[in-house]
Design a binder for this molecule. Structure first.
Ligand code: CP3
Length: 341
């Protein structure tokens, strides 16, 4: 099926675009009352993720309501640990929680390498959403980067310091590599499954990149991200490593199309580090959307000028916060869609 709006895909490939495209991390979620209504009906986050009809509905909501240039499939990065044999729960007001965590070589040997069939509900949700979108905008698939998934599997929940995950790297480095490789193999299978199901583009989220030193990031994160980039050749691929300032030069050498920036990364400096043959995505501070409309417009236009007309996909520097007003989100999106160089 041909896409009516393929701006995001063209920008990712470095082709000419009439205007800068925009989508938002966490665009489907608690900022939208329509999302909260579906979620209340479903009884919980996991039920939503695991029921293709509802996952499809909330995936399309931001396309209708916010007018973004891409949809991102409603799921979570934690479906991969679960498919490998480590189930998660999403605890109300607390976030993800794992009853069992990975502590030893024996724990690692019991994990399986996930296959697309293990995540059939995601594949079904992608197929259904592609059909329902009917070519309006591209559908983005995603996965967590191996280090971030490793962090949850060893830590068991979110954390400020991820000390248990980091302790694992210092005390059992060989086992850490073994687990990271199993996660990487599972992630490649999963992303290939998403492509087969119809995903037009893929993004890898390395949310906890910032807790590692540059040397550790090379050894325990980039090594695996680079395997995934090399394996995904069919669709445009984005790597977003939050807080990974120190890795920007090396990220420029990955075989992906787009690098996501957070708001603490200077735009011009990032372009110099990453080079001209990658698209940059980002990078507005989500907290700007607490400001008044005038300020949002002015700062958004400033960001667009700093990135320039070529090879930019506008986004936030991390996901939307749940208490941001929908009108402010629309103001950000509309400012980008109205802007011309
Ligand atoms: O719109 C989209 O961006 C697509 C959906 C999406 C979700 N999670 C839905 C979600 C995506 C891309 C993710 C990725 C994800 N999940 C990441 C990487 C991106 C990032 O934010 O750094 C991470 C680290 C997770 C793990 C996770 N899932 C956490 C820490 C939480 C709790 C956060 C919170 O604010 O409560 C989740 C839950 C989650 N995933 C929600 C949504 C919409 C909130 C669940 C709810 O409805 O209560």
């Amino acid at each position: 099926m041909t896409l009516k709006n393929d701006l995001v895909l063209r920008a990712a490939k470095g082709e000419h675009v009439e205007r800068t495209p925009v989508w938002l991390m966490r665009q489907a979620g608690r900022v939208l009352p329509e999302y909260r209504a579906v979620r209340a009906k479903m009884g919980g986050f996991k039920q939503l993720v695991e029921t293709p009809e509802f996952a499809c509905e909330v995936t399309i909501q931001p396309v209708d309501i916010l007018g973004v240039d891409a949809a991102i499939i409603f799921s979570d990065i934690l479906v991969i640990p679960e498919a490998m044999g480590l189930p998660y729960q999403m605890v109300e007001a607390k976030g993800p929680w794992f009853e069992k965590t990975i502590k030893s070589a024996d724990d690692i040997s019991k994990l399986k390498i996930a296959q697309p069939e293990d995540l059939q509900y995601v594949m079904n949700a992608i197929q259904l959403t592609k059909r329902e979108l009917n070519g309006r905008v591209p559908l983005i698939g995603f996965a967590g980067a191996p280090w971030t998934i490793f962090s949850y599997m060893t830590e068991g929940s979110g954390s400020k310091t991820f000390s248990k995950a980091k302790k694992f790297l210092y005390t059992q480095p060989e086992q850490a590599h073994h687990l990271l490789q199993k996660i990487t193999d599972s992630t490649i299978n999963y992303l290939k499954g998403q492509i087969a199901a119809g995903a037009d583009m893929l993004q890898l989220f390395d949310s906890w990149a910032g807790v590692l030193s540059p040397a550790q990031y090379d050894e325990f994160a980039l090594k695996y991200i680079s395997q995934i980039c090399d394996a995904i050749t069919e669709v445009p691929f984005t790597v977003f490593a939050k807080d990974a300032h120190f890795a920007r030069k090396k990220m420029g050498a990955l075989s992906c199309d787009t690098i996501g920036l957070d708001w603490t990364m200077d735009i011009a400096e990032s372009r110099t580090f990453i080079g001209n043959d990658k698209t940059l995505q980002g990078n507005m501070d989500p907290c700007l959307l607490y400001a008044d409309m005038e300020t949002i417009k002015k700062e958004t236009q400033k960001m667009l000028r700093q990135f320039g007309a070529h090879r930019h996909i506008a986004n936030l520097g991390h996901g939307l916060y749940p208490d941001i007003e929908v009108d402010k989100v629309k103001c950000f999106v509309d400012t980008i869609k109205e802007f011309r160089f």
